[in-house]
Design a binder for this molecule. Structure first.
Ligand SMILES: [Zn+2]
Length: 341
């Protein structure tokens, strides 16, 4: 989104400089309405809502589980305000560990070691009356943890660790806004909406012995996750937002200067770039065969088709049958998991 808006801005600036009718620069007459989001974030939100609505059209969806936060900082600090699992400490431990991994960059804070078991470490040790609060915790490898012993991080030679611990995890304000905006818009759909944390998701997934993938994480969001998640032969569909077309009639270079030929016709033989097609090329030429994929049209009629295995050039539109009209997304099937033992 940002690249596209930068391009538009460059075009407009360049146009103002050229010998055309006077267009005043507009920079001081803008007002942002309440709840405004940067276009890149607004587009993410719109994509999510589009897919929630489409899926609702195709199958009976009874409720929505939303991973609202990565960590539940409030529940970590105060285990009293939460449910049974937190009081038992198991889920709370997960939440804290995940938070610390993120905050301290998944490595031993003293020697920088990665790819080894990390221990939750008290910056001011328990024996020196250091608390169990997250602001006093960090991650260290076993060697460093033992070497540090009863010293504080400062005495151990790492005063900066103590400084860093005081600052909470930098939480991008924009991301914060997005998730609440998404929460409110999903609530407006009228379906029961539950929220969960990233720590809960990981806990759910680990409990069910599922591998770490994005789509299985999505299946494990929230407290309502069933005991058994049936994943055998399930193949997720990877959907990527690609946008539709450019409305720009005169293509320009990065500085917004028109240095290319005007845009050619966007419809060739009834197809547009982004359509999913099935092409059967007859005969015995090198190109003969069956291709299924996304078409990129060329004015000559000899087009490119991007299949699951790669891009094939020079397939004429007369061999193509439409499968799915371009809708601003591309689709690719991700391989199914092997059957569960
Ligand atoms: Zn270490």
């Amino acid at each position: 989104m940002k690249a596209r808006l930068d391009q538009r801005r460059a075009c407009r600036r360049s146009r103002r400089q050229r010998h055309t009718r006077y267009r005043p620069a507009r920079f001081a007459n803008r007002r942002r309405r309440a709840g405004w989001l940067p276009p890149s974030l607004a587009s993410r939100l719109a994509n999510t809502l589009t897919w929630v609505e489409r899926l609702r059209r195709w199958c009976p969806i009874g409720s929505i589980s939303l991973e609202l936060v990565k960590f539940d900082t409030q529940l970590m600090q105060d285990a009293e305000i939460s449910g049974v699992a937190y009081q038992q400490g198991e889920l709370a431990g997960y939440e804290v560990r995940e938070y610390l991994l993120e905050k301290w960059g998944r490595k031993c804070v003293y020697c920088g070691a990665t790819d080894m078991p990390l221990q939750v470490e008290h910056i001011v040790p328990r024996v020196r009356h250091g608390s169990d609060r997250v602001s006093n915790l960090t991650l260290a490898c076993e060697t460093c943890n033992e070497a540090k012993g009863k010293r504080t991080a400062e005495e151990f030679g790492y005063p900066q660790i103590q400084e860093q611990a005081k600052r909470p995890l930098r939480d991008a304000a924009a991301v914060n806004v997005t998730r609440w905006a998404l929460f409110h818009r999903l609530s407006a759909l009228g379906l029961p909406l539950e929220t969960g944390t990233g720590g809960r998701t990981k806990w759910n997934r680990t409990k069910r012995d599922l591998p770490k993938t994005h789509w299985l994480d999505a299946a494990c969001v929230g407290a309502s996750t069933p005991e058994r998640v049936a994943i055998t032969a399930a193949a997720p569909l990877a959907i990527r937002a690609t946008g539709r077309h450019s409305r720009q009639m005169c293509r320009t270079n990065a500085a917004g200067f028109p240095d290319k030929a005007p845009k050619a016709s966007s419809v060739v033989g009834g197809f547009r770039t982004g359509d999913m097609v099935r092409a059967v090329v007859p005969g015995s030429s090198a190109k003969a065969g069956l291709y299924v994929g996304r078409i990129a049209i060329r004015a000559t009629g000899s087009c490119n088709i991007t299949t699951a295995t790669g891009t094939v050039q020079g397939i004429h539109v007369r061999y193509c049958q439409p499968l799915h009209r371009g809708d601003g997304y591309t689709y690719a099937t991700v391989a199914a998991l092997p059957p569960q033992a």
